[in-house]
Design a protein around this ligand. Structure first.
Ligand code: C2G
Length: 444
């Protein structure tokens, strides 16, 4: 019996895949098909896969061509499989010509001509085109522009900005008219100053546009809740753009901790800081800048609220301003008190500290090194270092492309993504409201 093996993602199964499988089967008597696991695809940069593993595996099974279906989960697994299953021939499409020659040491390698004119990417692009308009003046938008090219089904419709000189050539439409941007888009990314978020998001939602908005979505809980309700009523997606939440490593971090590996969580200590030149800050029109609580507060609070919940019983906050008159905060330190846990947050936009994340538990703790919000690596540490575990998950583009790909999938499915629960977005807006209302803030 001649055993053949082949592998693929098989997203949105199409006749190019099927023809490959039929020819693979014809090479021998027994065909094994390896379907790539979701995390394995993400780790090799395939962030646009629409169907989960079970759907893709079921589609292959229903074809009735494969004699056995296995899951490809890690780099190098092909060698293990070829040895373990006594494979005679490895085959794959000619788009991989030469890439798998290293397998010739273990079995025959056959590259079959790829079927021209069809691909999962084309199908994804056809099924859903999000025409995303960007709003804001920050250089950060260039990261969004750059990362959008890696996301299937997404194209930039334009930029609405007061600083057109910063974005010349970045998109066909550069305008200072939000209405013009709305007319050219079916979705809006809001990175304007936090005090502008509410009015921009409301206008976009009422115009029937999907919205991805930098956190805080609004500067009060009531406004944030109103925007979510309006989005639901208008049948559009409203998502909190906290890119950390969409990184594989951060998501797995939450799962590992919630699995109980460090016992009960007693403390979460989250630090997010960046250094701005003070003289530069004093010279600049401060009203055009994000203060530390809005620039970093949402990110710092994300793991606190996702691990301990949003029902803290007390909060105290200490702030440091660039000067007494402006009350522009460049540093905040907060403590959130829960019935059986405590959390601390340090945020600085003009004060620098070690920007790490530490989650302390009754059996051990999790350490995420700085800059923890661009999570691709974390450690679970115990009393005996020999028991420590290390986790690494490839993160391309700081998590922005993952965030954009998740948004596009939400739009296509018409279902909100809850990587960030609405309760978290609402609580973040509430903290901003209290901060602005100056309740329980101590000034240093
Ligand atoms: N294929 C093809 N013709 C197409 C599209 C795909 O012959 N028009 C082939 C690919 O060459 C591959 C298989 O169908 O052999 C599955 O394609 P994908 O689902 O895109 O999988 P891919 O990312 O190519 O993964 O370890 C990775 C695998 O070896 C291949």
């Amino acid at each position: 019996m001649k055993t053949v093996i082949t592998y693929g993602t098989y997203d949105m199964l199409h006749h190019g895949h099927i023809r490959l499988l039929e020819r693979a089967k014809a090479l021998g008597d027994y065909l094994i098909v390896g379907v790539t696991a979701d995390d394995f695809d993400k780790s090799r940069g395939k962030i646009n896969v629409r169907q989960p593993l079970e759907e893709r595996t079921e589609a292959i099974r229903r074809l009735g061509i494969a004699d056995k279906i296995i899951i490809e989960q890690y780099e190098g697994q092909k060698i293990d499989d070829i040895i373990n299953y006594g494979v005679d021939i490895f085959t794959v499409g000619s788009d991989w010509e030469g890439y798998f020659d290293y397998l010739k040491e273990y079995c025959d390698v056959v590259y079959l001509p790829r079927t021209v004119g069809i691909s999962s990417t084309e199908i994804r692009e056809k099924d859903c085109m999000v025409e995303l308009g960007l709003v804001g003046d920050s250089g950060y938008l260039h990261k969004i522009i750059n990362e959008s090219q890696y996301v299937n089904g997404l194209k930039l419709s334009g930029v609405c900005t007061k600083k057109p000189e910063k974005f010349s050539g970045a998109a066909e439409l550069i305008t200072d008219s939000f209405n013009e941007l709305l007319d050219s888009s079916n979705a809006i990314y809001v990175h304007a100053l936090p005090e502008k978020h509410y009015e921009l998001v409301k206008k976009a939602v009422l115009a029937g546009k999907h919205v991805l908005c930098e956190s805080p979505i609004a500067l009060s809980k009531a406004q944030c809740g109103e925007l979510f309700d309006l989005a639901d009523k208008n049948g559009v997606i409203l998502t909190d753009a906290l890119r950390t939440a969409y990184s594989t490593a951060y998501h797995r971090l939450l799962l590992v901790i919630k699995s109980g590996c460090i016992g009960d969580i007693i403390s979460v200590d989250s630090v997010c800081t960046s250094l701005k030149d003070h003289t530069d800050l004093q010279k600049k029109d401060l009203s055009s800048l994000w203060n530390s609580i809005t620039a970093w507060g949402p990110t710092a609070m994300l793991p606190i609220f996702q691990l301990l919940g949003t029902d803290f019983v007390h909060k105290d906050l200490t702030s440091h301003y660039i000067d007494e008159t402006s009350r522009f905060d460049i540093f905040n330190k907060a403590a959130f008190y829960y019935p059986k846990a405590v959390a601390s947050m340090k945020v600085g936009n003009g004060v620098k500290s070690e920007s790490e994340l530490i989650i302390s538990g009754t059996k051990g703790y999790v350490y995420v090194p700085a800059p923890w919000w661009k999570t691709d690596y974390f450690e679970v540490r115990y009393e005996n270092p020999a028991d420590n575990k290390r986790y690494f998950y490839q993160l391309d583009g700081e998590g922005i492309r993952n965030e954009l790909a998740t948004f596009v999938k939400s739009v296509e499915r018409g279902q909100n993504d809850f990587s960030i629960g609405r309760n978290v977005s609402l609580k973040i807006s509430e903290v901003m409201e209290n901060f602005a209302a100056d309740t329980d803030v101590r000034v240093i």
